[in-house]
Structure formats: structure tokens, C-alpha cells
Design a protein around this ligand. Sequence first.
Ligand SMILES: [Zn+2]
Length: 274
Amino acid sequence: MRRNDEVEAQRRRWTFYETISIGEFTMVERFIRCRQCNQILPVDRFFGDFEAPSLLPGVEWSDEDLNFRREFTFSHGNHPQEELRIDPETIFSEKPGYEPVKTSYFEATNGRQKFLIKRMKPGLEHPARYEILPGQMKISNLAIKIQEADLRRQISADPTSSALPPEKVSEFIAAFNKEVAAILPCCLFEAIEATAEGDSPRFIYAALKQERWEKILDGCARNFQASEMSWIREFIRNHRQPGEVLSVLVHRKISFLAENSPAPANQEILVLHP
Ligand SMILES: [Zn+2]
């Protein structure tokens, strides 16, 4: 292999073109790590067999993406490898969730050891790049709150909200508040089923598990008529996803625990790890 080819191959080892949903973490859940070189290859749930991804119906993979996979297999195929799984509780980005071009951090584990992974997405047309960083990231959930003002606005704006008298609205919100207040911030992930990034790294939106909604509904059932219960059930179905008015807002604190801490350029993030 010529010198320039080697440089190019090295560059490509660190890139991965995402053709399905740019900027979403949901597509990449696992990595293959070369234990000898400490390099990683993102694997998403659609890939399955590395060699046949282009055969998937409706999916077009860029040449760069496919080359990257072939080169990883070529360079590290004879090295010891292991699978890393992303810990979805650790995803932290320097920009809001709706912004695809950004730098993010998260942890992945092989079951015994955790790895801090940095994901860079320099532009919409550029592949995301992943690398393992030394050190650890610590995310603490400080408080969990409902979005009461937005929730009341959404209910008022609903054309069918006359089905629920104002005192029942307050009763529903009180039951919702009570259930959320019972969630310990340290045990957040036992109570929720999905999250979305907020407008700043200090916040995420989280959707409650169905069992939590059932408890809230049980709290209302005593005083509510059947038609009011079905209105509430429908409203919950329509507005419970992360980012919607029935998702809870989680305040977080993020710190990096190593000397060689990643230091994103964004000034707001610097505040988070002094
Ligand atoms: Zn290797």
C-alpha cells in the first residue's frame, strides 16, 4: 500500500456516512472495537451482515461508508475484536437534539469496561466520526419536573378540551405531578422508556413508562366519568413522547472525570466541566 493510500485509509477508518437519519443516535447502538488498535466501527441495527447492507430494500449506502467498513474489516479482521453497546443514559451533546451538526459524547461498554466515545458531525454532508477518548463522563440527574405551563396551554388549545372541566384538568395535573415527584432522580431510567435532547445539554425530555401512566390514571379514576377518562387516555396517547407536553423535563449535570477531558468549544459546555 502506498503512503498516500495509507493516510487515506486511516482517515476513512474514522468516518462513517449515515444515510438513514442524519444526526440521530437511534440508528447506531453498537460498535465493533479492535482491542489491539482501540479503533471502533459503528454498527447499526439495519446493517446485520457488513458485506450485504446495500441489498437492504430502500437503503442506499454511500461508497465512503461501504469502503470504510471494508477497510476496517481488512485492517482489523485478524485483530482481537469485541462488541460495545451504547449506554443510552449517557448521551450528551453540546447542541440541542434537533441540530444534526454537532459534537456528542456517550459511553459504551463491553460488559466489563466502559469507554467514552466522542462523535463528531462536522457538517450535513460530512460523515459522522467516532473515536474513543480517555477518561469517563459522569451525568447526574438533579431534578425531574412536569411541563405544567405548556401542558395547560396544550389542553386549552385542544378543540375537544371542553370534554374535561377545569377542576378535572387540575386533578389530572396534580396526579401527574405526584407520580413524577415520586421518581428519584438517580433512578430515572427505571421510570422512563425514551428520551430526547433538550434545548441545552442541561436538559433532556423523558417519556414515562406505560405503568406510570396507569398509576396516574388510577389516581383520576375515582372522580372522573368514563368519557373524561377516555379523553385523558387519548390525550396521553397523543402527547407523551419525549419533547411533547406530557414528557418530563430532566435537569442534568455533566462532568468529565479525567485529566485529558474533552473540552467542546461551545462556551456553555465549558461551564459544565470546569
Ligand atoms: Zn486493529
